[in-house]
Design a protein around this ligand. Structure first.
Ligand code: ADP
Ligand code: ZN
Ligand code: ZN
Length: 668
């Protein structure tokens, strides 16, 4: 028996690939892309074979044998490995840390029992191969033009589908899908949505439209068994449409022919821990690699994508009007809270509008991006406030649960009966969250059916879906919620949107805050009047003259985006600048800063600006102090070249400070 050498990527922070010996006859070597079981350290681990060789630098007495090669699973395609390699290089993480966590757990287990059982299940599924769509609605001219442009696109074609809320973007995606599926019997299509809550609505639409096509869904609330089955359906090419959240961008799709990114501007496409990738950006790379069309859809495109459309790198397709006959965009009004003083958080103008909807039997939505009862509890006698002992943050009052909770480190305690410093028993909630608004509404509208949807009310699996179903059934008069309810949903009876407290974002230090607030307001406003009923949006503000609100009132994305881009250009900010952020964490702030100072001086550069280390705005979380160092350049290749050298230098420092690098950070 002779041997070959398998070069294997393993899920470990160590930035290298590992060689193992494998006994086999010449000509029957394992293939690149297969998975292998090996001993790694003191554990068994499944890794990805990235090369098969005959020589290694590892001395013979150190070289270990691989334990098994997974032959049940067809190899991951070379192009998939290239995608993982690109992501690893671009985000400066080891290949194994990128490639392996994307695979379902059952594929990565040391035994193959689960894998075999799944595979069997998949084999039993009926083969669905009929791409004929069921009852296609007639598109309007703009939709038809967009669908044809997408469906007929050849080669790598990034298309920005800029369509106002309710313009029927979904229908455009579906009809473009129909064209692609009709043309190519094996074609696979990947559709991404930003939030798990948006999958059921779209899933139902896709199933109804393509009853003869296998659909797989990939998102974080699947059980391991389901995820495995759906992943395999994609990997074997049997699923023709794969619908998922950002993690699905790393699915293996051997016949991928088109990608759709719905609500492409949404920050949820950015993974905020571990491998901090942008699923949207990886999707564009993947489309280029495969030479296929990619559709980026939004009513409020990200400035990055808008900029690409302006410069001609992306082709812009426009839907200027709502799709449903007689449906127009809602009238947006500002309510001056200085003049119309709110009671229980609601101005009299908003209360009147709510009452009117109640009388007409229509639905209202109140949007407040702050969960809990009140953001802070305080003692007016001595000035005590409910600070978290572990974070630079307040403990949020949750009255129904009778708890104070830190939203950052999850510290919890019972609501104190009396002030911990002076004993005063009259502690006051300060400010308002969704729970408090809900309580106020119940008092003001005792007959209304009120439903709150936020992270607290939907903790139980499946409860978010139940809640959204209740709204769709019409069993809710007033819906109150956080950004969970602001996007994507097609509520037919909703004719009033009230925005309760958007002002704080106007004065944020974060340069992206106005882009985000504008998108959020346009999106939440877009929930109203979708089915043709007359509708309005009331924004309660103390700064009614602010130009951002003016742009929302005019539904004027174009001009607002233009002025933001101009500001970014002047200030040398993205998309005119490429950034990376080095974060450091230590029990003491000084230690983190010291590390960053050393990092600042580690690799001199004339093409990259290396800024000074600063504490993060929320400095302390869970008893750890955090600081950051921003590096930037007007050239992406220059920044990447610098990061390559820099990361090596940082690793060589062997500091005990925990650090992480984020490329293209969203929050700085
Ligand atoms: P968007 O995603 O652009 O906000 P949707 O795709 O949710 O909009 O469509 C909004 C509404 O318009 C949906 O109720 C949809 O069924 C309807 N719709 C879409 N296209 C058409 C059409 N061509 N004719 C009639 N109604 C349509
Ligand atoms: Zn006190
Ligand atoms: Zn905390």
């Amino acid at each position: 028996m002779s041997h070959c050498i398998l070069q294997i990527a393993l899920d470990t922070p160590l930035d290298s690939l590992f060689d193992y010996r494998w006994a086999c006859e010449p000509g029957s070597e394992p293939e690149v892309g297969q998975l292998a079981l090996v001993n790694f350290g003191r554990r068994e681990a499944v890794g990805l074979i990235v090369a098969v060789k005959h020589e290694t630098d590892v001395p013979a007495d150190k070289l270990k044998d691989a334990l098994a090669v997974r032959s049940q699973l067809s190899p991951l395609p070379e192009r998939w490995i290239a995608l993982a390699r690109f992501a690893a290089a671009y985000y400066h993480r080891p290949l194994g840390e990128v490639a392996l966590p994307g695979l379902p757990k059952n594929v990565r287990l040391s035994t193959t029992v689960a894998l075999d059982r799944a595979l069997k299940k998949l084999a039993k599924l009926p083969d669905a191969h009929d791409p004929t769509p069921a009852d296609m609605p007639v598109l309007n001219a703009a939709q038809q033009q967009a669908a044809d442009a997408i469906g007929g696109a050849q080669g790598f074609s990034p298309l920005l589908l800029y369509g106002v809320t309710g313009s029927g973007k979904t229908e455009v995606y579906l009809q473009a899908c129909a064209q692609v599926l009709a043309r190519d019997q094996d074609a696979q299509i990947l559709i991404l949505v930003p939030e798990i809550n948006l999958t059921p609505q779209l899933e139902a639409n896709i199933r109804a439209r393509f009853p003869g096509v296998m659909l797989a869904t990939l998102h974080s609330s699947l059980s391991e068994g389901e995820r495995m089955l759906h992943w395999l359906a994609a990997h074997t090419g049997r699923a023709r449409i794969v619908l998922g959240t950002r993690l699905a961008i790393l699915a293996s799709l051997p016949n991928l022919k088109m990608i759709v990114i719905d609500e492409e501007h949404d920050p949820s496409y950015k993974q905020q821990e571990g491998l901090r990738y942008s699923a949207r950006d990886l999707a564009v790379w993947r489309a280029r690699q495969l030479g296929i069309p990619i559709v980026l859809g939004s009513a409020t495109p990200s400035l990055e994508s808008w900029h690409h459309a302006q410069t001609g790198r992306y082709r812009r397709l426009e839907l200027r009007e709502r799709a449903v006959r007689d449906a127009v965009l809602p009238r947006v009004k500002l309510v001056d809270m200085e003049r119309d003083k709110p009671k229980e958080g609601l101005t009299s103008a908003l209360m009147q509008a709510l009452r009117l909807r109640m009388e007409r039997g229509e639905q209202s939505l109140l949007f407040l991006n702050r969960r809990g009862y009140a953001p802070v509890l305080c003692c007016e006698a001595c000035g005590w406030i409910s600070n978290c002992t572990r974070c630079t943050a307040f403990m949020v009052l949750h009255r129904p649960e009778r708890r104070l909770r830190c939203h950052h480190c999850s510290l919890e305690m019972r609501i104190p009966h009396a002030c911990p410093t002076c004993g005063n028993i009259d502690l006051q909630p300060l400010g308002r969250g969704t729970q408090r608004i809900e309580e106020g509404l119940q008092a003001l509208f005792p007959d209304a059916r009120i439903l709150r949807i936020d992270a607290d009310s939907t903790r139980r699996k499946g409860s978010a879906q139940e809640a959204f179903d209740t709204v769709h059934r019409g069993d809710v008069d007033i819906l109150i919620g956080t950004q969970m309810v602001a996007k994507g949903h097609d509520f037919k009876k909703l004719t009033l949107v009230g925005v309760l407290n958007p002002d704080t974002a106007l004065f944020s230090q974060d340069y992206r805050a106005s882009e985000r607030l504008f998108a959020q307001l346009m999106q939440v406003a877009g929930r109203a009047g979708r089915a043709g009923l007359e509708s309005e949006v009331l924004i309660q503000s103390r700064y009614c003259q602010h130009p951002l609100y003016g742009a929302v009132m005019r539904h004027d994305y174009d001009r607002f985006a233009g002025s933001l881009l101009e500001e970014r250009h002047q200030a040398a900010l993205p998309p005119y600048m490429y950034q990376a952020l080095l974060r450091a964490e230590a029990p003491e702030l000084a230690t983190a800063i010291e590390f960053l100072e050393a990092a600042r001086d580690a690799v001199p550069s004339d093409t990259v600006v290396i800024n000074e280390p600063i504490p993060m705005t929320m400095t302390r979380v869970h008893n750890v102090d955090r600081a950051q160092l921003l590096v930037e350049s007007n050239s992406r290749p220059a920044l990447q070249a610098f990061l390559n050298e820099w990361v090596d230098a940082l690793r060589a420092m062997k500091s005990r400070v925990r650090w992480s690098l984020e490329v293209d950070p969203l929050d700085i």
